[in-house]
Structure formats: structure tokens, C-alpha cells
Ligand binder design. Structure first.
Ligand code: FAD
Length: 374
């Protein structure tokens, strides 16, 4: 079966790998170079959390991804997922704590619940209120982002895929299995569009809004380097007032990565307009959150970089079939990297007419009725 994959960021490169590994004749198209910095997948790291507060159905997806990542590590000969453990912490009645506990219970995930005293013992670098509760995710960790994309693309090529970089396709006839490439029509049995923030442009009606976001890095203050290392701090999600801050400790030679779940600086954008520059407002919110929750960091960001992702109204992914020949994967809402390997497998299985290893009914595009032709 001849399958096209449009977009070779984290989701598309993993899809190409799983398709090629399953024996499909795969052609991948990437508008830029694989691993480029104008989409969603660039930078050094992404958080891995098994306890996915966003939806209980994501837990088995994260678990399956971790297993596939170990396979990819063996092929690549490098460590891509470093397990550190992590904690989601906030007031007992916060949405973060309530939903984390609900997801842990619904998905049957091993976890620990700590009161404020025990959170302070384990994470003395965190400033938490007396009524705080910590929900510990022992499987949380840090993914090497760009190396994972490059490793998946290399694994896809090793399994026989043809990946064409610097090749922007016109997908207007993708529903018929046709892509327009450099003025020529190319025909496929199945087309997978995994174009990140561009997905909504390529498949109108999906409800995916391209959104500019930021990656922000912070330096530990002198004397706080050890406590803010990746192994000591691990992965943290903290409810601070109405906002959430997520992040991880510094890997050797690196910085502490922190970001807000939402920010007034995260605005809709035309994906091709993402530019590398930042202004004074960028990073202002996360600076305040860092100062409140993690006093050991210098709250002036050491490094701020623009990035973007596709958002959906219900904050869930749009992954699945939209027509007899067409599959889509978009709307990562800023938490899709950790699921990339299992999403790639899921799309490969759907394209090949197989039953998915991990079902994702909550991400089914059929909930966005205007686009579906299946
Ligand atoms: C700031 C930030 C922080 C994040 N943190 C986390 C985190 O901690 N944990 C986590 O799990 N997730 C996180 N995410 C989300 C995660 O990075 C993404 O879900 C993941 O990288 C998947 O991206 P993608 O493959 O969908 O999109 P992309 O990486 O953007 O890939 C889409 C590709 O499609 C290509 N393309 C577009 N149009 C065409 C066309 N017509 N022809 C050919 N190619 C085309 C683009 O060039 C691009 O390379 C974060 C995202 C951001 C932005």
C-alpha cells in the first residue's frame, strides 16, 4: 500500500516510521528540513508525563509511546527519554489536583498523594501553600525533542521510507488520495496529514487554530544548581493562582525549562508568519509564576524562543480518519510530543486498515462534523 505522510515533525516522522516498519510503501513530505525550528517540534526537550491531566484516555497512549521510544532508542543508539519522576502540585481544591487524581483513578495509574509537608520534604525547592497536595507521577521524565524527530525519520528511512525534505505539497485533492507536488499530481492509497499548526490550512473545517507560543529557559541562582537539576526537580506542574506552570530541572550543562499552560502572549498566528524574534511581553507571565513557585531560579528568562501549535476548542487532539483515503493528525494543544510515537502507530494502523493498539475515541475527527467524509 502506498501511503503519503505530509509533515515530518514529531507526529509525522513517527507515523512514517511506524508505517514503514509495518511494510507500507511510504513517501513523507516536509516543507522544510526535518528537525527545523519553524513548527512545534524543535528545541532540546519536551516533558513526558504518564499521568496526563488532559484526558484519562491519554494515559495508555503515553504508556505505549514510552515503549515505542525505548525501541527507537535502541535503533538510534542514544537515550531519548530520561525518567526523573514528577509531581503535579497545587491547592487541594485546584483543577490541577482534582483532575490529576481523577485521571489517576480512572486510568488506574500508580501514583502517590502527598500533603504539603511531604511535598516540601521531597521538593524543598518548590514554594507550596500549607493546603497544597502533590500528586506524584513516578514515570514522568524528559524527552530529547529534536533528536527524537531525527531518530524517527532515520528509522523510517532505514525501514524503506522515502522522505522528501524541502518539499511543500498542495493537499487540496488529498481526500481523493492525490497530492500536488512541484506541479505534478502524485497518487496514493492513503494520505496522512500531520502538518502541525498548518493542519487547519490543509484540511479546513477541523477547528485547529494555529497559535504562537514560547519556550522559556531559566538559570538557577548561585547555590541552587543541585536542587534544580533534572534528577532532583524532575518534572513539575504547579497551580499558581489561576495559572499553571509546567517545567523540568536542568539537564547537565542545561537550564531549567518552565512554561505557562496559557498566556496572553499565546495568540493566533498564520503559521508561515512565525518569526524568531521576541519582545518584552514574552515570558512576563512565566517569570511571575517562576518567582512565586520556584524561588531558586533567576526569574528573568535566560532564553526565550517562539514556537507554535494547533489549538482546538475542546483542547483534545484531532487524530483519525476524515475520508476513505484521508487521515489527519493535528490540534496537539501543546501536549502532544509525549504521545507522538503512539499517535504514529495509531495512524499507521488506521491507514493499513488494522485495529488500533490504543483507541482514541476522544480525538476522533468525527466530533468535528463539518469535515468528515468517512
Ligand atoms: C512551546 C511548546 C512546548 C511544548 N511542550 C510540550 C511538552 O512538554 N510535552 C509534550 O508532550 N508536548 C509539548 N508540546 C507539543 C509538542 O511539541 C507537539 O505536540 C509535537 O511536537 C507535535 O508536533 P507536530 O508534528 O504536530 O507539528 P510540527 O512539528 O510543526 O510538524 C508539522 C510539520 O508539517 C510541515 N508542513 C506543514 N505544511 C506542509 C506542507 N504543505 N507540505 C509539507 N510539509 C508541511 C511543517 O513544516 C512541520 O515540519 C509543546 C509545544 C510547544 C510549541
Amino acid at each position: 500500500m502506498r501511503v503519503a505522510v505530509v509533515g515530518l515533525g514529531a507526529w509525522g516522522s513517527m507515523t512514517a516510521w511506524r508505517l514503514a516498519a509495518a511494510g507500507a510503501d511510504v513517501v513523507g513530505f516536509e516543507a522544510h528540513a526535518i528537525g527545523h525550528d519553524r513548527g512545534s517540534s524543535h528545541g532540546a526537550t519536551r516533558l513526558y508525563r504518564r499521568l496526563c491531566v488532559e484526558h484519562a484516555g491519554l494515559v495508555p497512549l503515553a504508556e505505549r509511546s514510552a515503549a515505542l521510544w525505548r525501541d527507537l532508542e535502541e535503533r538510534a543508539g542514544e537515550r531519548l527519554l530520561t525518567v526523573t519522576g514528577g509531581v503535579s502540585v497545587g491547592p487541594a481544591d485546584s483543577v490541577l489536583v482534582r483532575d490529576s487524581l481523577a485521571v489517576a483513578t480512572a486510568a488506574g495509574v500508580s501514583h502517590e498523594v502527598l500533603d504539603a509537608t511531604r511535598v516540601r520534604e521531597r521538593w524543598p525547592m518548590l514554594r507550596v501553600a500549607d493546603d497544597a497536595v502533590g500528586v506524584v507521577d513516578p514515570a514522568a521524565g524528559i524527552l530529547a525533542a529534536e533528536p527524537s524527530v531525527l531518530a524517527a525519520a532515520a528509522a523510517a528511512r532505514a525501514a524503506g521510507a522515502t522522505l522528501r525534505e524541502g518539499t511543500r505539497v498542495d493537499a487540496r485533492d488529498a481526500a481523493e488520495g492525490v497530492l500536488h507536488v512541484a506541479g505534478r499530481r502524485e497518487r496514493f492509497d492513503q494520505v496522512v496529514i500531520a502538518a502541525g499548526a498548518w493542519t487547519g490550512e490543509l484540511v479546513p473545517g477541523l477547528g485547529v487554530t494555529p497559535t504562537r507560543t514560547l519556550v522559556t529557559w531559566f538559570a538557577p541562582r548561585r547555590g541552587h544548581e543541585q536542587e534544580l537539576s533534572a534528577q532532583r526537580l524532575g518534572v513539575v506542574v504547579a497551580a499558581v493562582g489561576d495559572a499553571w506552570m509546567w517545567g523540568h530541572g536542568a539537564l547537565p550543562g542545561g537550564l531549567v525549562k518552565l512554561g505557562p499552560a496559557d498566556d496572553p502572549a499565546f495568540v493566533p498566528i498564520r503559521p508561515d508568519d512565525l518569526v524568531g524574534s521576541v519582545d518584552a511581553r514574552d515570558g512576563a507571565l512565566v517569570s511571575r509564576l517562576a518567582a512565586a513557585a520556584l524561588p531558586g531560579v533567576d526569574s528573568t528568562p535566560a532564553h526565550v524562543r517562539p514556537c507554535m501549535y494547533g489549538r482546538t476548542a475542546d483542547h483534545q487532539f484531532v487524530v483519525g480518519r476524515v475520508g476513505p483515503r484521508l487521515l489527519v493528525a493535528g490540534g496537539c494543544n501543546g501536549h502532544g510530543f509525549k504521545h507522538a510515537a503512539a499517535i504514529g502507530e495509531h495512524l499507521a494502523e488506521l491507514a493499513l486498515g488494522e485495529v488500533p493498539t490504543v483507541p482514541m475515541p476522544f480525538a476522533d475527527p468525527r466530533r468535528v462534523a463539518s469535515v468528515v467524509d468517512a
